[in-house]
Design a protein around this ligand. Structure first.
Ligand code: ADP
Length: 538
């Protein structure tokens, strides 16, 4: 017997309709290239979104057509998010921090026809334009007066593009599995790969991620996303905040500017913010130096890479702000887990409590997870054994754009992360599957060894990679950057004694001046593996 409920499609248009009607007076505050403080309401935003939809229609935007944005977090980008997807087009957010060749590849692979860009990226567009064969229109996100000097052909400015358009637009009826947006993973190996979100996946992710024990959004909150809207789907906040009536504060190109962030938090009453650890290290430093407080700020969500203990401790002790680990990836829209301590864990002794806070958190409803060993057997949730993290759910990618399905025989997506889960459901990332060191049938976590290495006072940065070994298959090699001091190999290796099992201790240490990083600032173990591929252990 089937249920007798309405089958209303879950679309971003419905988020917009609801937000406009119910949360229309919610404020949106932005910093842009041409305005240090822009302020309007969600109603204003959606009125301009309808003008933009009319303008896009005049360019002949068709269903499924891809439209690129290279833009910071601000109100015009928000309007593009809704106008493109709700018109039936596909919003393709491009990460301007990628290498030029990657951006050219991504735009060509997606066959984008229109590119909206922040004027700050005009030099980049100027360089690339002749190689972007599919693009017919370039539109700078500013008004005519602020249009940058450039050689970009047929360049339009956004304000002229939407001015004089009607504020009435009849949104098309869309199906919930229609594509809504596209975001490429930065691709530490090979070409970047496109993740194609649907209206349905976006709506469900917005609902799941807004829950009280995840982002906890509501009309009482004011969120400042520092995670860029061009990367990992901006953690979906451009949808979940309007949906819940949460005030949005968007710092535009000032995302790495401690003074601007502090001022925005204090003037706008920001209660929650979200971003990667380096941003919070920067803000912490700024707050300590300027001796300012941020009384409205209650929570910081941190993800993208593991959060250092010092951040959690100092934000709590010095500023009364609680930090929450979140984990996910572009392929997961992105939220998979969120760390909020269960009541019984909050009264633990500090060290024990920190042990839990450092974990990546518990899966949010909507994500099904399993941990498998290298033979594909499920690993128990005992907090010790670790394995490959596989996920399944309505906001998880089933494959990559133009590449078909990429799920295993059980229908799960392999995240490429390695983790354990404890009996309370807290997941802890121990490594990436390609970085884990496979030594004689045992897995050794490179991250655990790196954390111990940087715990040595003379070590600035460290990486551990597996190098081939006749007997064990692979053994760990520690590559370290020191502060301006000389620590010896044996001194450094002695530092591991008693901290890990003997077989996990690296076989050797190489000291270098600098470690290689990817375009998104993550440590590039691929480059290190290439560099040390012929390394012979003594
Ligand atoms: P890319 O940087 O390759 O474009 P993503 O930004 O989607 O891709 O990165 C996702 C990866 O980032 C995850 O697979 C995981 O390895 C890492 N990651 C995300 N959140 C966390 C976290 N809280 N702790 C540790 N690692 C994380």
């Amino acid at each position: 017997m089937k249920g007798q409920m309405m089958n209303v499609p879950l679309t971003i248009t419905e988020i917009m309709r609801h937000a406009d009607r119910v949360n229309g007076d919610t404020e949106i505050v932005s910093v842009t290239y041409d305005n240090p403080r822009h302020r309007y309401t969600l109603s204003d935003a959606f009125s301009r979104t309808r003008q933009l939809a009319n303008a896009l229609k005049s360019l002949g935007l068709k269903k499924g057509q891809r439209v690129a944005t290279l833009a910071w977090n601000d109100y015009r980008h928000l309007e593009l998010y809704y106008a493109i997807s709700c018109s039936g087009g596909v919003l393709h957010t491009v990460n301007p921090r990628l290498f030029e060749q990657q951006i050219e590849y991504i735009i060509s692979h997606a066959e984008d026809t229109i590119v909206f860009f922040d004027p700050l990226f005009a030099p980049l567009i100027e360089k690339l334009q002749s190689k972007l064969a599919t693009v017919n229109h370039f539109i700078a996100l500013t008004d005519h007066a602020h249009l940058p000097e450039s050689q970009i052909e047929n360049l339009l400015d956004y304000e002229s593009f939407i001015a004089d358009r009607s504020t009435v637009f009849t949104w098309p009826e869309l199906e919930e599995d229609d594509a809504s947006s596209l975001c490429y993973t930065s691709g530490t190996t090979g070409h970047p790969k496109g993740v194609l979100y649907s209206h349905r996946s976006t709506v469900l992710h917005s609902l799941g991620s807004a829950l009280p024990d995840a982002f906890g959004l509501s009309i009482d909150e004011c969120v400042m996303p520092i995670v860029p809207m061009f990367h990992v789907n901006g953690w979906g906040l451009a949808y979940s905040a309007p949906m819940t009536g949460t005030k949005l504060v968007m710092p535009g190109p000032k995302m790495a500017d401690g003074a601007t962030l502090t001022e925005l938090i204090n003037n706008e009453g920001v209660t929650m913010t979200a971003g990667v650890p380096v941003v919070w290290l920067m803000l912490l430093e700024h707050l300590k130096q300027s001796e300012l407080q941020v009384p409205s700020l209650k929570r910081i969500v941190v993800g993208g890479s593991a959060c250092p203990e010092v951040l959690i401790r100092e934000f709590d002790e010095l500023f009364n702000v609680s930090m929450h680990h979140a984990w996910g990836m572009t392929e997961m829209s992105p939220l998979g887990t969120f760390n909020k301590l269960k009541p019984k864990l909050r009264s633990l002794a500090d060290e024990k409590k920190m042990g839990y806070q450092l974990k990546q958190g518990r899966i949010v409803f909507g994500v099904d997870m399993r941990i498998e060993d290298w033979q594909g057997n499920q690993v128990p949730w005992d907090g010790h054994q670790f394995g490959s993290v596989k996920v399944r759910g309505p906001w998880i990618a089933s494959g990559y754009y133009k590449q078909g399905e990429s799920v295993d025989s059980n229908g799960y997506f392999d995240t490429g992360d390695v983790a354990s889960i404890d009996p309370d459901g807290y997941m802890q990332i121990t490594d990436r599957s390609k970085d884990v060191i496979k030594s004689g049938g045992e897995w050794i976590s490179s991250i655990e060894l790196e954390n111990i290495a940087v715990g040595h006072p003379d070590i600035k940065e460290a990486a551990v990679i597996g190098v081939s070994h006749n007997k064990w298959g692979e053994r760990p090699l520690l590559i370290a950057v020191t502060h301006d001091v000389t620590v010896t190999e044996s001194e450094l290796l002695a530092h591991f004694d008693g901290k890990v099992a003997k077989f996990c201790i690296p076989d050797a240490v190489e000291f270098i001046n600098e470690l290689p990083h990817t375009a998104t600032g993550k440590l590039s173990k691929k480059d290190l593996r290439d560099h040390f591929k012929d390394y012979v252990l003594g």
